[in-house]
Design a binder for this molecule. Structure first.
Ligand code: AMP
Ligand code: GLY
Length: 422
């Protein structure tokens, strides 16, 4: 199979690592890729314009790809799966309609309510004044969310009324998120421990993957600003058998059934961000329509099955099994970020990397590029060090050993990834 992988982050590096292991793979191409991909896999920058249907579809048809795997949410929200469906090219990723589960918080909440999926109580507002009076009535703690895609920055968890009013003002009056802020979801603050559970879906059936825990704050002890994610580990023990069972029955099954009934079967990866309360009951914080980053960099070290085969089956609406085979141990990923991330960060850091000596420690590139034959940083999250071992403690230790032995200038990482599970 000739496969096109779209995206440029650590997630795509990890997906590519796993896809390359498939005996079904005849050729892998990536667009736009990063400095970690072999040159022969990277398509030229001017190959096509992902924002343009005609340019994208005609390139993919001309090159005769058998499957397109979409890493990030934006092309899915723009409708790439529908464009490919029209010309009969299998795509691992949901339709434009289904991708609204990530593209619009209001859409996601409305469907959850309709299908009876457990989530926080909420209201949606189109203007500042009515949002403000609801907020004043509800009080804090409370969570304020810009409706549309906001690069992970549209959510404010508010413990002070002042903070909440400021968040509302920024969205409605200062237009901080442009069109993504034309609506606001205000929701109940949920207490508990977070976990992410992904399911590979074929429109009717799904395969649940082992739960992960991300670390969203920039610094140790969950301090500092929210980021895209600074590290993760898998499986996360907060997801007990009871949680998997509940999430299967109360989250994935009703979402898939409900969407299918509406005539929009969900195909691709459905990401459920969960809050598990003290009693072990999970409620949905958010849905994403794609694999998590950095969670995928941990997950890919645990999956034994041929993922290409499964992606193809899902894209064709024809999953052949309902469980994934896994290696028995644990895995983790530690993100190396540029100084300043997630705010203004240092760029063009010259990187000096060695391959890891251990076959169970992988260095996945994220924000990197090759410039004048040198490897440099281009993004806030530069690398992910992923590690597998028979137990979580040694997986984590091995990832940190690599980072200590390969220090990089102008960068930082969290030193407490996995702390809740150790
Ligand atoms: P989201 O972009 O929706 O994942 O939100 C980003 C982060 O905000 C989540 O990972 C949670 O840590 C937090 N969050 C979002 N919604 C809630 C909520 N209703 N209660 C508590 N924390 C929340
Ligand atoms: N790591 C969180 C996300 O991918 O949305």
């Amino acid at each position: 199979m000739k496969v096109l992988l779209l995206g440029s982050g650590g997630r795509e590096s990890a997906l590519a690592y796993k896809l390359r292991k498939s005996s079904l793979l005849k050729g892998l191409k990536v667009f736009p890729g990063n400095g970690g991909f072999p040159q022969k896999e990277i398509l030229p920058k001017d190959s096509f314009n992902l924002k343009d249907k005609l340019s994208t579809v005609s390139f993919i048809q001309k090159e005769k790809f058998d499957l397109v795997v979409v890493g990030p949410e934006e092309p899915l929200v723009d409708g790439i799966a529908d464009w490919l469906d029209e010309v009969g090219i299998p795509c691992f990723g949901p339709s434009k309609y289904c991708a609204q589960l990530e593209g619009s918080k209001d859409f996601a909440k409305t469907l959850m309510k309709e299908f009876g999926v457990p989530t926080a109580r909420y209201e949606t507002f189109n203007d500042y004044e009515s949002a403000k009076s609801y907020l004043e009535k509800e009080g804090v703690p409370i969570v304020i969310k810009a409706d549309g895609l906001a690069a992970g920055k549209g959510v404010t968890v508010c413990f002070q009324m002042q903070e909440a009013l400021q968040a509302l003002k920024e969205i409605f009056l200062d237009n901080k998120f442009g069109a993504s802020g034309s609506k606001v979801v205000i929701e109940e603050f949920m207490q508990g421990e977070e976990a992410s559970i992904f399911a590979i879906c074929d429109g009717a059936n799904f395969i649940i993957l082992p739960a992960l825990q991300d670390h969203k704050r920039a610094f140790d002890g969950d301090q500092g600003p929210n980021t895209g994610g600074m590290g993760a580990y898998c499986p996360a023990p907060v997801a007990t058998e009871k949680v998997y069972e509940q999430v299967r029955k109360e989250v994935f099954q009703p979402m898939l059934d409900g969407l299918k009934k509406k005539g929009f079967p969900y195909k691709g990866l459905l990401y459920a961000g969960l809050m598990v309360d003290k009693s072990g009951y999970a409620r949905v914080v958010e849905f994403n329509c794609r694999f998590g980053d950095p969670e995928t960099q941990s997950l890919m070290l645990l999956i034994e099955d041929d993922l290409l085969e499964i992606f193809m089956q899902a894209a064709n609406g024809n999953l052949k099994k309902n469980e994934i085979s896994l290696r028995s141990g644990s895995s983790c990923i530690i993100v190396l970020a540029a100084k300043g991330y997630p705010n203004d960060y240092v760029k063009n850091i010259e990187l000096n990397l060695k391959e890891s000596n251990s076959k169970d420690v992988k260095v996945f590139h994220a924000g990197t590029a090759i410039k004048e034959e040198k490897l440099i940083s281009t993004g806030g999250r530069i690398l992910g060090i992923s590690s597998y071992s028979s137990n979580l403690r040694s997986a984590i230790e091995n990832a940190y050993s690599y980072l200590r032995e390969n220090p990089q200038a102008d960068s930082f990482y969290r030193s407490d990834i996995g702390h809740r599970a150790l």
